[in-house]
Design a protein around this ligand. Structure first.
Ligand code: NI
Length: 158
């Protein structure tokens, strides 16, 4: 268990495409543990491996209020999406800022869990937004490229 350094906007690794994970190794298990530790420490609702400098298609998400429902998505793919939501979004790699982004309201995501078992995750609202945001990181995309209007400082009016 370890907290890893979160890469911030401007770091070249955040703009690269991550590679598929082919097997669950001790190294990957440790990576996932560290991703969860790092996300919780930073009070985030999601973190993608490239954000801690590892170009692997692994994402962790926890949108629960208590922060005790971690989801691990390996090689995730959105297989269905519909509807639309427009709302405020932030990112641990863009500290102190937020912006308005339009995303699908509902998604179904196919992924492997930490035991490399295939699962489907269905989400609406915040979970759907988090899935779409984190999967973008695996393609080297940061939400700031999708912001409508200006990026705002936290504390500033929307
Ligand atoms: Ni992010």
């Amino acid at each position: 268990m370890a907290i890893r350094k979160i890469r911030v906007e401007g770091d070249p690794i955040l703009y690269k495409t991550s590679k598929e994970v082919s097997a669950m190794t001790n190294r990957n298990r440790e990576l996932i543990e560290d991703m969860l530790d790092t996300m919780y420490e930073a009070n985030g609702v999601g973190l993608a491996a490239p954000q801690i400098g590892v170009l692997k298609r692994i994402v962790v998400i926890d949108v629960s209020e208590e922060g005790n429902e971690p989801m691990v998505l390996i090689n995730p793919v959105i297989v269905e999406k519909d509807g639309e939501q427009t709302g405020s979004e932030g990112c641990l790699s863009v500290p102190g800022k937020h912006g308005i982004v339009t995303r699908a309201e509902h998604v179904i995501c196919s992924a492997l869990d930490e035991n490399m078992k295939e699962r489907k995750i269905e989400g609406t609202g915040l979970l759907a937004r988090a899935i779409q945001h984190e999967l973008d990181h695996l393609e080297g995309v940061i939400y700031t490229s999708k912001v409508e209007g200006d990026l705002m400082e936290n504390g500033e009016e929307d």
